[in-house]
Design a protein around this ligand. Structure first.
Ligand code: FE2
Length: 345
């Protein structure tokens, strides 16, 4: 496995780059905007293809690199389903798996620091975001933080992992880089409590100043979505209402860009073809299924995904590949559901 721990000194943030092999797909966890050039240089040097960028939660102390990485690599942006960020390509829930080629992370919902905090588990390690830090825990005094929820996330979920599990947090301010579950159980001062009440008391009396960047970072991090208006302005979008009238029309092919797990969980538009976003490029170039479908049948390709972000990128790519009738459903399946569109399971 390729694994890199990257550090932003200004905010004390750790970001992680993961891949299973040189030449393969990569995932980045908690990227910082100012470091995006550095990440992309490393991705290039290691001969990787960045396909997903994940935030463990909505950060208050730095601006996320999610939007910039998406704009520059067309990768999929990922957060938990509770996030207040306007548009991320893919939202995960407890029990889901976050996958790239050769790497699978178990998704566990660990609220408390924020109500959209998640941890990501691999057989030998866990990425804890700000829920569990090295000899510390994430503050719970803003962003719908809740010390009681954090106690249950830590004691009920994270500390149930094997003692040898490596702990990789989103921050450290003292210079520590990695710990283990066993070590934190034994030596983390915040975890030496006898009850949930004692933990709540401890967390409610920390009296911390707000992060310097909070007033800038939180609003910025809530607006990371790709500007779908530009796609619509070019005439490449249809509304969810209009798309409903196109179901079953012989001259339109609905293309679902989501992953199998999303299709199983949220349902599909009846009659749609499944072409995951990760395999889009090979399908829209000459010889690819979508290219041939569009050229030989003059069908209009109508892309959709969860929130319209992957499909907006797919339309741009298809247009560049010469498929000039390609369009997408503005707002994705989320808008489709709000418009009471029919779904098959
Ligand atoms: Fe945080």
């Amino acid at each position: 496995m390729i694994f890199r721990q990257l550090f932003d000194q200004v905010s004390g943030t750790y970001s992680y780059l993961l891949a299973s092999r040189s030449g393969g797909e990569a995932l980045i966890i908690d990227p910082v905007l100012e470091k995006v050039d550095r990440y992309l240089q490393l991705v290039h040097e290691l001969d990787l293809k960045l396909v997903k960028a994940l935030d463990t939660h909505l950060h208050a102390d730095h601006i996320t690199g999610l939007g910039a990485l998406r704009d520059r690599t067309h990768c999929i942006t990922v957060m938990g389903e509770q996030t207040k960020a306007d548009v991320v390509s893919m939202r995960l829930g407890d029990g889901d798996k976050l996958t790239i080629e050769g790497v699978a992370l178990d998704v566990i919902y660990t609220p408390g620091h924020t109500d959209d905090s998640y941890s990501f588990v691999m057989p030998d390690r866990v990425f804890t975001g700000d829920t569990l830090l090295i000899r510390g825990t994430g503050r719970t005094d803003f962003q719908n933080g809740d010390p009681r929820a954090e106690y249950h996330s830590i004691f009920g979920r994270l500390l149930k992992l094997p003692d040898a599990t490596l702990v990789y947090p989103a921050h450290d301010y003292k210079g520590d880089t990695v710990s283990t579950i066993g070590e934190e159980k034994a030596f983390n001062p915040r975890l030496q409590v006898k009850s949930v009440e004692e933990y709540v008391d401890l967390m409610n009396n920390l009296k911390l100043a707000n992060p310097k960047m909070m007033d800038v970072a939180v609003p910025a991090n809530m607006k990371v979505g790709l500007a779908q208006e530009e796609i619509a302005r070019r005439g490449w979008a249809v509304t969810a209402q209009d798309a409903q009238r196109l179901v079953g029309q012989p001259d339109v092919a609905f293309i679902d860009l989501r992953e199998r797990s999303e299709r199983e969980r949220h349902g599909v538009i009846p009659g749609s073809l499944h072409v995951p976003y990760s395999s889009l490029q090979e399908n829209i170039r000459g010889g690819g299924i979508l290219y041939e479908l569009a050229k030989s049948t003059s069908k209009r390709l109508l892309f959709y995904c969860a929130f319209g972000e992957r499909s907006a990128m797919a339309v741009q790519a298809a247009q560049e590949a010469g498929l000039t009738a390609a369009c997408h459903i503005d707002g994705g399946l989320d808008a489709w559901k709000k418009a009471s569109g029919l779904l098959a399971h």
